[in-house]
Design a protein around this ligand. Structure first.
Ligand SMILES: [Fe+2]
Length: 468
């Protein structure tokens, strides 16, 4: 029997001392396993390299006795410190808070806001900015939100008969509240009149005319999978090589993650693979990319199927992979804000979209544009910490959308959604994979083989379908 068995605190401490973050669900699995299995056996090569122990890895270990989703190809050495402590979490959330507070403070509605500690002494109207540490519904049906800043916390009530109660408030998001302080028997409480989000500001948007310069967005290619749509991808590559008008003005291509199918990503994936070795999957992709004319820059970003650390921010691909790609390929971490021809192009693979779909009532993969807009409204790529999106508590929160993007590119959910939110053109970038067994189970039909082209000058958008 493992001496750590059953002791939540000591198990966590053990992993943290090895620089490993543990998914809360993984920890629950270990505690519930009743096997007394050595916690040490969870420290496989892949867990060490990823710096993260996921629930699926624990399930696999418990099932097999030892070893993890063992075939995950050699993993890139993390570019930021993975070892985490209480201080790291504190610094991470402080970074998130201060970046978003700065943006919210720009809103004229928040002029004259107070720190929570001072706001508690105010009589009447007050403006505060805080991070949501809890949301629940009171017995009387009002929404009760606990807001925190770096030194204090306060309860905010959103009365059920007021419009403000319809606001979707997520844990860990940072919001501004305009309301009035009520001093009763216990701690003061704020009754909210208005919720102020960091949001995308209203601004002047220029649409200059001139020679078009297109950036193409392609996502979730999944080379190596049996369901990779080879023929469609081939037609698309041939189109890029052709000298059509649009093809000639194509200057950049962004591959925003899940460029290959990988291995060991989910139990039983081997059965779905045509190419088992991930390195060979990357070589196949490199062959396609080599056909792209070298005056087009190709940006390559990892996603959750790729071989870098799963926890975000994900580092760029290792040298071993980069050297297989031609010199017009540029590696990007996930997420990343690119500056192309003076336009801000925010690229994020999109893992948090799974969480958003669960958190937003009525949301599904077919209406994913709504979820993308909720991210923009919150100026954060993964507002809720600790859902299905593993995040490294680095000393800086890289998921805050600090610069207002001109174009916001995501993928991951294999849908295709185009939209314009307050002047930000966004897309969920399709896929080059047919419906998978998982999607069949979820009753979701992907929208495959679509290339989305943004003109960086006029901001117009064109889509091209290569679906056969
Ligand atoms: Fe993905």
């Amino acid at each position: 029997m493992d001496p750590l068995y059953g002791d939540r605190g000591r198990i966590l401490e053990y992993f943290h001392s090895h620089g490993i973050l543990v998914d809360p669900k993984a920890l629950d699995r270990i505690l519930k396993s009743n096997t007394g299995l050595l916690v040490e056996s969870m420290l496989s090569e892949s867990v060490r390299s990823n710096g993260y122990l996921s629930e699926s890895e624990v399930i696999s270990i418990l099932r097999n006795g030892s070893g993890v989703t063992q075939k995950r190809y050699e993993v890139y050495a993390p570019d930021i410190r993975v070892r985490s402590s209480v201080d790291d979490f504190r610094n991470y959330f402080l970074s998130r808070y201060s970046k978003l507070k700065k943006i919210i403070s720009l809103s004229s509605a928040m002029r004259g806001s107070f720190p929570i500690k001072s706001a508690k002494k105010v009589q009447g109207e007050v403006k505060i900015i805080g991070m949501v540490s809890d949301v629940n519904i009171t017995l009387n049906g009002h929404k009760r939100v606990v807001l925190e800043d770096h030194e204090d916390q306060i309860t905010v009530i959103l009365m059920k008969d007021r419009g403000v109660a319809r606001e979707l408030i997520l844990n860990d998001e940072v919001i501004g509240v305009v309301g009035s302080v009520s001093h009763g028997k216990g701690d003061p409480v704020v009754f909210a009149n208005e919720i102020i989000r960091p949001d995308i500001p209203n601004r002047f948007i220029d649409n200059p005319v001139g020679e078009p310069a297109y950036v193409a967005s392609l996502s979730d290619i999944h080379v190596g999978s049996k369901t990779f749509r080879k023929q469609d991808f081939r037609r698309m590559i041939n189109w890029i090589k052709s000298s059509g008008e649009e093809a000639e003005t194509l200057k950049y291509i962004i591959l925003s993650g899940d460029v290959v199918d990988g291995i060991g990503v989910y139990p039983g994936q081997e059965d779905d693979l045509e190419v088992l070795n991930p390195m060979e999957q990357y070589l196949k992709l490199a062959e396609y990319v080599s056909e792209i004319p070298d005056d087009i820059t190709v940006f390559l970003m990892p996603g959750n199927h790729d071989i870098v650390r799963l926890a975000e921010p994900q580092p760029v691909f290792p040298e071993k992979i980069r050297k297989e790609f031609p010199s017009n390929t540029v590696l990007l971490p996930n997420p990343y804000n690119l500056l192309l021809e003076d336009r801000n192009v925010l690229v994020y693979h999109g893992m948090s979209l799974n969480d958003m779909v669960e958190l937003i009532p009525g949301m599904n993969f077919d209406t994913i544009g709504g979820a993308i807009e909720e991210l923009l409204k919150r100026r954060h790529l993964a507002p809720r910490y600790g859902g299905k999106t593993p995040l490294i508590p680095a000393s800086e929160d890289f998921h805050v959308i600090e610069k207002v993007p001109d174009i916001f590119i995501t993928g991951h959910v294999h849908s295709h959604a185009l939209g314009n939110y307050k002047g930000v053109r966004y897309v969920n970038s399709s896929t080059w994979q047919s419906q998978t067994e998982y999607q069949k189970m979820m009753n979701f039909s992907p929208k495959p083989s679509i290339m989305t082209l943004f003109d960086l000058h006029s901001r117009s958008v064109v889509t091209k379908s290569f679906e056969s």
